[in-house]
Design a protein around this ligand. Structure first.
Ligand code: FAD
Length: 489
């Protein structure tokens, strides 16, 4: 038997719940289908124990959640995020343990038939796909070449230092997850080897304000996807920065001071010997350059707007450059008993049985509205603006989609807001990019040096000259490009 409902939201993460919140405000009959046993599964079960949001509280508020009197400039631990989302989910029509296996369009009615694992079908004239972009942990094929006695984990399943075997740890990937995990393990007394990529560094604070405050002030979060230098720039990795311990800067040179051995990117493994690229110093220089570009942009903004802001000179650390560039690392001689792959995630929207994705597998849509009436996407990096992949951008994107469902578009509107079926969106140049601040930030984003927004482990236009065809996203630049194309899972 097929159940009928006006709207189905697929995915009970923060994006799906946000859309549900606005649909409920419009009194639209709907259900949220979540495959896990509880909502907010990504924060609950796919982050390490000490995980703390990198975005300050003022930027991390999910629509519909009551936050009370909290510290707006502080950072939420994941347990707090989960508790808020649980409260929200309790007020909404969420059905857990319901994995949507396929979404097909009914030829005559134009509505959709969703098949759920177990065989049940649901028919709906509106479907919002909110399955996120960080779906499947990506581990390169060369993981198979490591000796079997070495414990291997992805950052997705890393929880805490106690989970590891005694001995040193090789962390692969130096974007946000890798850098934060390396820091935690080093502070717990572990000897750490960190294979670096080109992720940039953003100072946590500068001239008296949080880096994200400056990005917001300079209008960077409102930049639309069309201002990106290339469609793939939306998959750029994030710079190292942290919300733990009240929020702090992560600096690889400080890691070197603290005894972490920094490495170039991983190229291969043979008989217990890890082969390394010679790019360590380039990677360090790239991170330093990203910070310099950020401070330059802020200084220029302060000067241009004549705002009052204390002058600050950030400490210049150079310790990483004193470390030798290793071509090889003997796992046994180095005492490495564990490898953590902080190499990002891949995604797959093939559950939608329609040609709705571009050559990168990313949904073709405008502000989440696809070319198929009633089919929407939400919760993706640069869906509409730079903040779309962050909690910060949810209210705007989720409300827009709920409003579209409440007031269905006309055929004329359809033609004006979405590209013809099957044609990929090309980023358009906007006049905004010609503004000086945007130019600086475009450089920062597109050069993969200081990648503030989503797409975790460092894939960015410019790092890999020829982008791999299948799921290139979040492949870490700490892995040799050829390896990154061959994920195990
Ligand atoms: C390590 C890391 C750190 C981050 N830090 C921040 C931060 O500090 N601040 C910030 O704003 N953002 C951060 N983000 C980005 C972003 O907020 C998260 O990725 C967020 O979880 C995305 O929310 P979502 O609802 O779109 O996707 P998800 O939270 O991934 O939710 C998708 C849901 O869909 C479900 N699902 C998937 N497929 C199906 C199916 N076929 N049927 C039914 N259900 C399905 C999943 O189980 C999941 O619950 C971070 C991301 C990562 C990976």
């Amino acid at each position: 038997m097929t159940t009928r409902v006006n709207t189905v939201v697929v995915g009970g993460g923060q994006a799906g719940l946000s859309v549900s919140h606005y649909l409920a405000q419009h009194s639209i009959e709907h259900v949220v289908l979540e495959q896990a046993d509880q909502p907010a599964d990504a924060w609950r079960n796919h982050r390490w124990d000490s995980f703390t949001l990198n975005t300050p509280r003022w930027q991390s508020r999910v629509p519909g959640v009551r936050y009370g009197e909290d510290d707006p400039d502080g950072f939420m631990p994941k347990q707090e995020v989960v508790a808020h989302l649980d409260n929200l989910a309790r007020q909404l029509p969420v059905r857990t343990g319901a994995r949507v296996a396929s979404i097909k369009r009914h030829r005559e009615s134009g509505c959709y038939v969703l098949k759920i694992d177990g065989g049940e079908t649901i028919s709906a004239c509106n479907v919002v796909v909110a399955t996120g972009l960080y779906q499947t942990p990506k581990i390169p094929w060369l993981a198979q070449e490591f000796p079997t006695e070495i414990k291997q984990l992805h950052s997705d399943t890393y929880r805490n230092p106690q989970q590891l075997l005694p001995g040193a740890v090789l962390v692969v990937g130096s974007a946000q997850s890798g850098a934060q995990i390396a820091e935690e393990l080093s502070e717990s007394g572990r000897k750490i080897f960190l294979a670096t990529g080109r992720a940039g560094r953003t100072p946590r604070r500068y001239r008296g304000k949080d880096a994200n405050w400056w990005f917001a002030r300079m209008g960077q979060y409102d930049r639309t996807v069309g201002t990106l230098p290339s469609p793939r720039a939306k998959f750029s990795g994030k710079p190292h920065i942290s919300g733990t311990k009240g929020g702090h800067t992560i600096n690889l040179h400080q890691f070197a001071r603290d005894g972490v051995t920094l490495l170039g990117r991983l190229v291969g493994v043979d008989n217990g010997i890890v082969k390394l690229g010679s790019d360590l110093h380039d990677n360090l220089a790239a991170a330093d350059h990203a910070e310099a570009e950020f401070t330059k942009a802020v200084d220029a903004y302060v000067a241009a707007t004549a705002m009052s802001s204390p002058v600050e000179t950030l400490p210049v650390l150079r310790g990483g450059f004193d470390q030798k560039i290793l071509a090889e690392l003997d796992l046994t001689a180095s005492g490495i008993a564990n490898v953590i792959w902080a190499t990002g995630y891949s995604f797959d929207f093939s559950l939608v049985k329609l040609p709705v994705t571009d050559g990168d597998g990313f949904p073709i849509q405008t502000r989440g509205v696809s070319a198929y009436p009633g089919l929407f996407f939400v919760g993706l990096p640069w869906l509409h603006t730079a903040k779309s992949g962050l909690i910060y951008g949810l209210a705007e994107d989720a409300r827009y989609i709920a409003d579209r469902i409440a007031a269905p578009r006309t055929a004329i509107e359809t033609a004006s807001i979405v590209p013809p079926l099957g044609r990929s969106l090309k980023p358009r140049r906007s006049r905004a990019t010609t503004r000086w601040a945007d130019r600086v930030m475009t450089l920062i984003w597109s050069s993969a040096l200081s990648l503030m927004l989503d797409g975790f482990a460092g894939y960015a236009a410019g790092i890999y000259p020829t982008a791999p065809q299948t799921s290139p996203h979040q492949a870490d630049s700490a892995i040799a490009p050829t390896d990154a194309t061959q994920g195990l899972r």
